[in-house]
Design a protein around this ligand. Sequence first.
Ligand SMILES: Nc1nc2c(c(=O)[nH]1)N[C@H]1C(S)=C(S)[C@@H](COP(=O)(O)OP(=O)(O)OC[C@H]3O[C@@H](n4cnc5c(=O)[nH]c(N)nc54)[C@H](O)[C@@H]3O)O[C@H]1N2
Ligand SMILES: Nc1nc2c(c(=O)[nH]1)N[C@H]1C(S)=C(S)[C@@H](COP(=O)(O)OP(=O)(O)OC[C@H]3O[C@@H](n4cnc5c(=O)[nH]c(N)nc54)[C@H](O)[C@@H]3O)O[C@H]1N2
Ligand code: SF4
Ligand SMILES: [Mo]
Length: 694
Amino acid sequence: MENEIYSLCFMCSVRCPIKVQVKDGQVRWIEGNPLVPGMEGSLCPRGAAGINMLYDNERLQSPIIRDGERGAGKWRKVGWDEALDYIAEKLKNIIDKNGGQSVVLGERTQLATHVSKSFLKAIGSPNHFTHDALCKGSVNTACRSLFGYTDAQLGIDYKNTKHIVLYGRNIFEAISVKEVNNLTQALENGAKLTYIDPRVTVTATKAHRYWMIRPGTDLALNYALINVILKERLYDSQYVDRWVQGLAELQDFVQPYTPQWAEEETGIPADEIVTFAREISRDKPAVIFHFGYRGASYTNEIYQRRAIMILNSLMGSVEAKGGFFIKKGPGEVGGKPARKLTEQEFPKLDLTRFDKVGTPEFPLPDPNHGVAQILPHAILKEDPYPIKALIAYRLDPLGSIPDTALTKKALDKLDLLVTIDINYSDIAWYSDVVLPESSYLERTDCIQQANGLKPQMFLRRQAVAPRYDTREGAMILKQIAERIGVGRYFPYENMEELLRWQLDGTGFSLDDFNAKGFVAYGKDQIFWDRKDGLKFKTPSKKIEFTSALLENAGFKSFPVYEPVVRPNGGNFRLVTGRIALHTHVSTQNNPYLHEITPENVLWINTRKAAERGIKNNDVVEVTSEKGAGKIKAFVTDMIHPETVFMLHGFGHEAKLASRSYNKGVSDSMLQKNVSDIIGGSPALHETFVTVNPA
Ligand SMILES: Nc1nc2c(c(=O)[nH]1)N[C@H]1C(S)=C(S)[C@@H](COP(=O)(O)OP(=O)(O)OC[C@H]3O[C@@H](n4cnc5c(=O)[nH]c(N)nc54)[C@H](O)[C@@H]3O)O[C@H]1N2
Ligand SMILES: Nc1nc2c(c(=O)[nH]1)N[C@H]1C(S)=C(S)[C@@H](COP(=O)(O)OP(=O)(O)OC[C@H]3O[C@@H](n4cnc5c(=O)[nH]c(N)nc54)[C@H](O)[C@@H]3O)O[C@H]1N2
Ligand code: SF4
Ligand SMILES: [Mo]
């Protein structure tokens, strides 16, 4: 028997639409869904390695309960009833003694997030958090401060752009397939690419202009660009006059930040800054200054992200073809979105979050996501209250929150640590109970509401039966909820019932997804009228250069530029990032991906390496104030001398993931847990390291 199933990849959280070919109950081939524009049948290497994930025997195969010290790796294989009863019993005791708020659930935002949020609401805990702050919290806050929309509510029209500027947005290695395909097409049509990174990445090699910026100084570059654009009146004055609040204040503010000044700070020649500003302005509004994700991860990150989006606003590129657009939901065409369990009536809750988001201490990060890296601090200080249990669901706090030793110390204080994963992740390895989820090829998932120029819905459909004793996350949480007496909030017996409940009232049925894997609410792209129809959600209904959000919370819209600390000559700024072959902390044990990239290496500048007697491929010791590790050196001219770089996601501790165990070094182990306290992101690049021959 052969069949083809349209579904969604989950080798990373981009969730590309895919077509899966199944023969005799086995997945034979996966490709990008050819019916989705931008996919054109293509997949990234990780998406292709989904088959190896499915048929890997080193993933979780049944529920397990710890049978020794935390992290000792002694496990007892149990059935689902025993595992769920065990968890429910512990949770009931914890909630009775300490209240619902002592239970925290953290996850990578995913299709079943409405289920986990409902689980916490049902038990009376405000403490749901996502990966968002770790990934792009300051981008989110910056976008809300300017537009009243989060970054996730903005889309990018790569295909029609004429000039794109990427600040460490390493788009050809940190991949989203559609973005790569659409941008490639734009480049073939003559678009320009300007790339800025202290390191020559694959994206740098495809750029028309590359600047090896001094790490942490992008804000200085941006202030100089704004200076030139305002002085030479290169901006879209019609758009700015109509839609921007605070231009005069910005104009005064950027006076001192000349290209000459920026050259000193960034290392980018002043005349190149001026030439670039003039050149890109000619293509407005079809230009994109990408707000970026993990490049430029510093304590002042929010102002860097704001400066980027201010540049877009000056170019009139927000809600423009070839620029940014505000994503349109089904409401725009008279449709209804899929329902979420969170819409139900829950008991009222008026409690401070563990991370204090929304309080005067931490007012601005998005309370829909919270701030993950505060968790270890909150547990250790018992501030605002004791936390006793953590459920880690498709999120690895040990690999993904900086300062692993601190995180472990905090986890040691918990009475219960549960992980829902597919792999022997490091957090699973450290847990009391591990619940295996069926992998994305083995499960049907909740509806994906995909807002955009055309609102759509996508579906992840089971391609093959689970190979092991695993379940869907939405069923697992429901089954725990039932055992602690709050099952009524989960009105379904299986995934199909949940999907029907979600689709109720949308006018679509499950069968409507059969033909293409998705359904669309309308045919046409929706752009709002730039003259009068833009619906910004700020208090002024304009783009707020002078931001009510920031200023009402006591922060400045335009703080004076403060230079980042430079390395002292003996040390380096540690920066980290991604490669096309791996997803964060989760694919290092995948047989194929492991074979191609088994470990990470430390990029170090040739001159700096020579000063220390380090040659290419030598093993070096890299040491921060938080930890140390041994890693191979990659000696190269392709990195700024103040910086060393390593891939994120290596140095795993789980022994049963035998391929990735102890290979390479973990960046989280070296990094300090400090944050941009206005925007919410961890400042991952504020750690300095020394590098010496091992
Ligand atoms: N293959 C793959 N693709 C992915 C992912 C994955 O895990 N694997 N994850 C997805 C996710 S969740 C995300 S958030 C995105 C991340 O997408 P990106 O943010 O584009 O990815 P990173 O590799 O983290 O990029 C960091 C880059 O910033 C540079 N950088 C460091 N400091 C500075 C600085 O001060 N200024 C500038 N201009 N650059 C600097 C680093 O050298 C590095 O090249 O990728 C997505 N796509
Ligand atoms: N030090 C440091 N920290 C970082 C970053 C960094 O560059 N350096 N990057 C940040 C960024 S941009 C992001 S987005 C976050 C990502 O942080 P995480 O979400 O923690 O990382 P992932 O590797 O995406 O996946 C986490 C876990 O999900 C599991 N998983 C995969 N598929 C499934 C599934 O279908 N079901 C279940 N239940 N589990 C599954 C994996 O096995 C893995 O253990 O990390 C952030 N943290
Ligand atoms: S970018 Fe690659 S791994 Fe991520 S969802 Fe798309 S195909 Fe899968
Ligand atoms: Mo991310």
